[in-house]
Design a protein around this ligand. Structure first.
Ligand SMILES: NC(=O)c1ccc[n+]([C@@H]2O[C@H](COP(=O)([O-])OP(=O)(O)OC[C@H]3O[C@@H](n4cnc5c(N)ncnc54)[C@H](O)[C@@H]3O)[C@@H](O)[C@H]2O)c1
Ligand SMILES: [Fe+2]
Length: 365
């Protein structure tokens, strides 16, 4: 069987690599996009000191789950004033990197509604102008530093948009695990489970290939070993480094397959029940694994590499997630059996749900 794997992102990994930013920028002018706590953590000051007059400005008010309501103003002022900016440096979690992906693609008139209309129309959108993106993750989770997509939320209309263009690949992922040392326990857990979900979702996926499998298996094994240890020792440089690398590998895996049923379920759980992304996409993993096993012999083999013997794997995965303090049944989140059934049926018809191998007819025994 032939296959193709593509990822154009240059990745630079290592403790302290933030200080290589000036060299990587090579004289270009940059604008920093970051999260509110970054200033108090000293991160904004560090980037200011590193870049000097190469730093054209700072946007430091990116909140979790970028929403159309907040993005409109920042997008329009960015495209009004940023003529001299070459590179956007997104320093933060998935919310920050996804915000920068929305900013980097300019519409003709610089109006955000033009971008939204293009996303809603389903027609291909070709930006009139673009900026280069450097993604510097401060969480070990979303993999957004090596994927071309961004999730843009619309809480008022209870929906989410997926931005995905050839132009929204970052050109650089600068992964410095020291930036993750300040990450509080709840976000460490949520983002770590998000990465586990990316790894598994790329295995029970119709788009899986041997290269994505290699990344996914390594990522899942490392997360299963490392995340419980890290939750006991949040200040461990070594464990932060291992999780950062595992999340990067999971990102490399699903950058080619996209996600599947667990993520399709997660969007509704976040919009309707307010669950953080990493919890919403990981609590259903044991249930999705149960549905995946036995569907395709080749997937069963890869799942066994990632999770151990297929027999009992859903129970072991549920026990792993529950030991980290995350409940794994819909009822635990106030969703009745009937609502859950409807939600799963609906999720299977969504774009991500259709990537799940379990939507296909079972192979003949
Ligand atoms: N583009 C993709 O491929 C992709 C994949 C998965 C998730 N996502 C999106 O990413 C978002 C979730 O991202 P996330 O889990 O990385 O969290 P986040 O970016 O939403 O950040 C969570 C919280 O942690 C804080 N924070 C981040 N880094 C910190 C640090 N080093 N120290 C202290 N505080 C820090 C943030 O300010 C925020 O309050 C969701 O909106 C989700 O939809 C995108
Ligand atoms: Fe995710």
């Amino acid at each position: 069987m032939s296959h193709e794997y593509f990822n154009p992102v240059r990745s630079v990994y290592g403790a302290g690599t933030l200080s290589s930013l000036p060299k990587l920028l090579a004289g270009r002018r940059a604008l920093l996009v970051t999260f509110p706590e970054a200033r108090a953590l000293g991160l904004v000051g560090r980037v200011e000191a590193l870049l000097g007059d190469r730093l054209a400005g700072v946007i430091d008010d990116v909140r979790p789950n970028p929403d159309v309501a907040e993005l409109r103003t920042v997008y329009e002022s960015f495209w009004r004033d940023a003529a001299d900016v070459d590179v956007l440096i997104a320093l933060g979690g998935g919310s920050t990197i996804d915000t920068a992906k929305a900013l980097m693609v300019g519409t003709e008139g610089g109006r955000f509604d033009e971008l939204l209309a293009a996303l809603g129309s389903g027609r291909p959108f070709v930006p009139t102008r673009t900026k280069t993106l450097f993604a510097v993750p401060t969480t070990a989770g979303t993999g957004s530093e090596v994927t071309p997509w961004a999730t843009i939320w619309d809480r008022e209309r209870q929906l989410k948009h997926s931005l995905h263009l050839n132009e929204t690949w970052p050109s650089l992922a600068l992964v410095d695990p020291e930036l993750m040392l300040s990450l509080p326990a709840p976000v460490t857990l949520q983002s770590g489970l998000d990465a586990l979900s990316h790894a598994l979702e790329s295995i029970w996926n119709v788009n899986a290939n041997p290269v994505s499998d290699t990344f996914a298996v390594a990522a899942a094994q490392e997360i299963l070993q490392t995340l419980p240890l890290l939750m006991e020792r949040l200040d461990s440089r070594e464990l932060r480094g291992r999780m950062a690398l595992a999340a990067l590998k999971a990102g490399m895996a699903f950058s080619n397959t996209r996600t599947a049923l667990a993520h399709s379920i997660s969007y509704e759980m976040t919009l309707r029940y307010g669950l953080p992304h990493g919890i919403a996409c990981s609590f259903p993993l044991p249930m999705v694994l149960e549905r995946a096993l036995g569907r395709r012999a080749d997937r069963d083999i890869v799942l066994a590499q990632a999770l151990g013997p297929n027999a009992g794997a859903p129970q072991r995965l549920a026990a792993f997630i529950e030991r980290l303090g995350v409940k794994t049944r819909f009822a635990d989140y106030g969703v009745s059996d009937e609502q859950a059934e409807q939600m799963v049926a609906h999720a299977l018809t969504g774009a991500r749900g259709r990537n799940f191998i379990g939507t296909m007819v079972k192979e003949a025994a």
